[in-house]
Design a protein around this ligand. Structure first.
Ligand SMILES: Cc1cc2nc3c(=O)[nH]c(=O)nc-3n(C[C@H](O)[C@H](O)[C@H](O)COP(=O)(O)O)c2cc1C
Length: 305
């Protein structure tokens, strides 16, 4: 018998939407019914973005503060599986996505239900996924799978190209020479192979071993250098937000300072810190690092890692 699945997503450029739609294709082909629900917020986040408006999302995304949603409806109250298509904003779940996860009616809908998260981002999603895990835990949902698609270009390059994309709305080559931003067309199309894996577990309604299976098939790339940066940056972003909370009337100017801080931290400081780490710290912590990387590929949630 075919199963009933709800696929919820937010997407500005259409990237996350395309990822979700390709992902469910093999699941639909196997005789299951997929209903789509696009998250809409009352406040419309712009696309393309201007720089100040882009950085103005930092406090609320980092603190996971929801915004009002447009009224939403589903055809049923009972689904066999819920798929959540999302994207990180500022190393945190995007504000529209954190809003649906904290919506009381939505929390009831996903309570005790198996949930799969699937995202498309630049390259830093693990910190945000930890916040998702916490919210899903609070909703009583059962996270059974996670898939993360990233821009595979070097961190320094994609920093420039993503701002080109988000600032112009065009997913093309900056100045005609930089690589294309975002998740590649090939990876977006290729996400169907993860849907093929999921459909077998869905048939049996037994999710044991699925995330390992997905991870073995490279559905959750965890790269040491990016994990290292994210773990540090996640804590530092929170400190910036704490300052803004203390001086709310200075929000605008603090965010301008943050913008410069981010560029220097990511482009200049992090390669230096990584080099020091590579020589003095990493060699002596192999076991711990392996354990952390393994954890981020998984779907369990621990307060401290
Ligand atoms: C405000 C904002 C902050 C973002 N922060 C991150 C981030 O921390 N890490 C990351 O890998 N990508 C980040 N991105 C990229 C998004 O995760 C996503 O890939 C992109 O916005 C396209 O998603 P869409 O489907 O909504 O168009 C950010 C995008 C926006 C708009």
């Amino acid at each position: 018998m075919g199963k009933k699945i709800l696929a919820v997503y937010f997407s500005q450029s259409g990237q996350t939407e395309a990822i979700v739609k390709n992902f469910v294709r093999p699941i639909i082909a196997d005789g299951n019914e997929v209903e789509f629900l696009q998250i809409q917020t009352t406040h419309r986040f712009p696309f393309p973005w201007s720089i100040p408006v882009f950085f103005d999302t930092v406090p609320e995304s980092v603190e996971v503060i929801p915004t009002a949603l447009e009224p939403w409806q589903t055809q049923s109250g009972q689904y066999d599986l819920v798929i959540l298509g999302w994207q990180p904003w500022n190393l945190s779940p995007s504000i529209p996505f954190n809003s649906i996860l904290q919506d009381e009616r939505f929390k009831k809908l996903i309570k005790s239900k198996p949930v799969i998260t699937i995202s498309g981002c630049r390259n830093m999603w693990i910190n945000a996924q930890e916040k998702n895990k916490k919210l899903l835990n609070q909703a009583g949902a059962q996270l059974v799978g996670n898939i993360a698609l990233v821009d595979r270009h070097p961190n320094h390059l994609s920093y420039f190209t993503i701002f080109h994309w988000l600032g112009t709305g065009r997913k093309d080559r900056k100045w005609g020479i930089f690589p294309r931003p975002g998740v590649s067309e090939k990876d977006i199309a290729g996400v169907a192979r993860f849907g093929t894996i999921v459909k077998d577990y869905l048939r049996e309604n037994d999710w044991n071993g699925m995330q390992d299976d997905l991870a073995d098939n490279k559905a959750v790339p965890v790269k040491y250098s990016l994990m290292f940066i994210e773990r540090k940056a996640g804590k530092i972003f929170q400190k910036w937000v704490d300052i803004i909370r203390k001086f709310p009337h200075k929000r605008k100017s603090i965010l301008v300072a943050y913008k410069y801080y981010l560029a220097v931290a990511l482009l200049v400081a992090s390669p230096v810190i990584l080099a020091v780490d590579f020589v003095f710290i990493r060699p002596f912590n192999q076991k711990k690092i392996k354990r952390q990387m393994q954890y981020y590929k998984g779907v369990t949630y621990r307060e401290k890692i």
